[in-house]
Every structure is written in C-alpha cells, then in structure tokens.
Ligand binder design. Structure first.
Ligand code: HEC
Ligand code: HEC
Ligand code: HEC
Ligand code: HEC
Length: 129
C-alpha cells in the first residue's frame, strides 16, 4: 500500500469507524430483540445514554462486563460485544441464558435500588414493535 493511502486510512477511516461505533448507543431507545428469533414481547425500552445519566451509572462494565472465575473484572469491559455473544438461549453452567441475563441485570438493579421499572409492561411496552 502507498504511504498516502495508508495515511488516508488512518486519518480518515479509523476516526470515522470510532465515531460510528461510539455513536451507536447514543441513539439507542430500546434493546434489540431480534436475536430471540420470534420474540414474545416488544423490545424493552432502554434509552441508553439518558438512562445511564439519570441512573448515575458511570462504569460501562456495570452491564458490559468481563467475567473470569466467577468474578467481574474491575478494569475490563465488553461494550464491543453483544450480550448474546456470551449468553446463549439456555443456561450454561453459571452463565445465565440471555433472557435471564437481561432480567437479572435490568430488573435486578431496579429491585435492589428501588428505582426503575419492574413490571413487564413497563419495559415491554404494549404496541411497540
Ligand atoms: C427492567 C426491564 C424489564 C422488565 C421489567 C421485564 N423485562 Fe423482559 N426483557 C427485558 C430485556 C432488556 C430483554 C431482552 C431484549 C428485549 O427483549 O428487548 C427482555 C427479554 C424478554 C423475553 C425474551 C424475548 C421475547 O420477547 O421473547 C421475554 C419472553 C420477556 N422479556 C418477558 C418478560 C416478562 C413476562 C416480564 C414480567 C414478568 C418481563 N419480561 C419484565 C427487560 C425487561
Ligand atoms: C445499564 C446497562 C448499561 C450500561 C451501564 C452501559 N451499557 Fe452499553 N448497552 C447496554 C445494552 C443492554 C446494550 C445492547 C446489548 C445487546 O443488544 O446485546 C448496549 C449496547 C451498547 C453498544 C452497542 C450499540 C449498538 O447499537 O449496537 C455500545 C457501543 C455500548 N453499549 C457502549 C457503552 C459504553 C461506552 C458504556 C459506558 C460509557 C455503556 N455502554 C454502558 C447496556 C448498558
Ligand atoms: C465476554 C462475555 C460476556 C458478555 C459480553 C456478557 N456477559 Fe454476562 N456473564 C458472562 C459470564 C461468563 C457469566 C457467568 C459468571 C459466573 O461465572 O458467575 C455472566 C453472568 C451474567 C449475569 C449473572 C451474574 C451477575 O453478574 O449478575 C448477568 C445478570 C449477566 N451476565 C448479564 C449480562 C448482560 C446484560 C450483558 C450484555 C450487556 C452481558 N452479561 C454480557 C459473560 C459475559
Ligand atoms: C445498575 C443499576 C441499573 C441497571 C443495570 C439498569 N437500570 Fe434501568 N434504571 C436504574 C435507575 C436508578 C433508574 C431510575 C432513574 C431515574 O431516577 O429516573 C432506572 C430507570 C429505568 C427506566 C425508566 C426511565 C428511563 O430512562 O426511561 C427504564 C425504562 C429502565 N431503567 C430500563 C432498563 C433496562 C431495559 C435495563 C437493562 C438493559 C436497565 N434499565 C438496567 C438503574 C438501573
């Protein structure tokens, strides 16, 4: 590859990719449920950025965790992966199924903190497909 084109690649394309990746979650208003094949419910409401601001969650790995020997690693996160990359459709050893993982994570924190929705219809809004 010529030097100029390498420069172009690094100076334009790389930042562009980072922007696209960094921006993805900013527009997120619900959690994609297409991975479930034929979902029973509507997509769960989740306004990624405003949710985390309001809920005062600074650490990405509160949700995007990396777990080793049953322990979440403090300085590592997995926002480059989807939950489904590690959570299958059935429990596997200590790794909960995808559906359980979401419910434990989302509802679990809401129950523990006494804030945020815990009723089915508050996350899976009627009519939103
Ligand atoms: C705090 C929010 C929240 C609450 C409360 C909640 N869910 Fe979910 N649920 C999710 C998320 C997030 C997912 C995974 C992504 C998605 O479906 O949008 C999910 C996934 C599911 C799925 C698998 C996908 C599908 O549609 O087939 C089912 C079934 C489900 N939920 C049913 C329920 C039922 C029944 C209740 C009440 C007992 C409930 N959920 C309460 C957030 C919630
Ligand atoms: C309260 C939980 C939570 C926190 C905290 C959180 N995220 Fe997420 N994020 C999610 C969920 C859920 C998804 C959807 C995952 C899936 O579909 O498998 C997601 C998706 C993403 C995506 C992919 C966007 C897309 O459209 O595919 C990126 C990038 C991301 N998050 C970055 C971050 C960064 C960076 C932070 C920290 C500043 C962060 N997240 C904090 C829950 C969270
Ligand atoms: C890199 C792989 C990986 C990714 C990505 C991942 N997980 Fe996990 N998760 C695991 C493993 C492994 C365990 C089992 C931990 C143990 O051994 O106790 C686990 C356990 C859990 C648990 C139960 C234990 C706990 O920490 O409360 C929840 C809830 C959970 N994951 C939610 C999520 C959600 C929600 C996402 C996406 C935002 C996600 N995980 C993404 C690997 C992953
Ligand atoms: C670590 C704690 C924590 C986790 C994890 C978490 N939440 Fe929340 N959530 C909160 C808190 C705290 C609030 C109340 C914020 C406020 O004061 O308005 C909230 C509020 C909400 C609300 C109502 C306000 C809004 O932003 O629309 C929805 C919907 C919601 N959460 C969905 C989810 C979903 C879906 C997930 C999982 C993908 C999730 N939450 C994971 C703590 C959490």
């Amino acid at each position: 590859m010529k030097k100029q084109s390498l420069y172009l690649l690094v100076s334009v394309l790389v930042p562009l990719c980072i922007l696209v990746v960094a921006g993805a979650q900013e527009n997120m208003t619900a959690v994609d449920n297409s991975v479930f094949g034929k979902p029973e419910r509507t997509r769960a409401v989740f306004r990624h950025e405003s949710h985390n601001e309001k809920a005062n969650i600074d650490a990405c790995n509160e949700c995007h965790h990396v777990v080793k020997d049953g322990k979440a690693l403090e300085n590592e996160s997995s926002e480059d992966k989807r939950c489904v990359d590690c959570h299958g459709f059935t429990d596997s050893g200590r790794t909960p199924s995808l559906r359980k993982a979401f419910h434990l994570n989302c509802k679990g924190c809401h129950e523990k903190s006494g804030k945020g929705p815990v009723m089915c219809g508050e996350c899976h809004l009627k009519g939103d497909r």
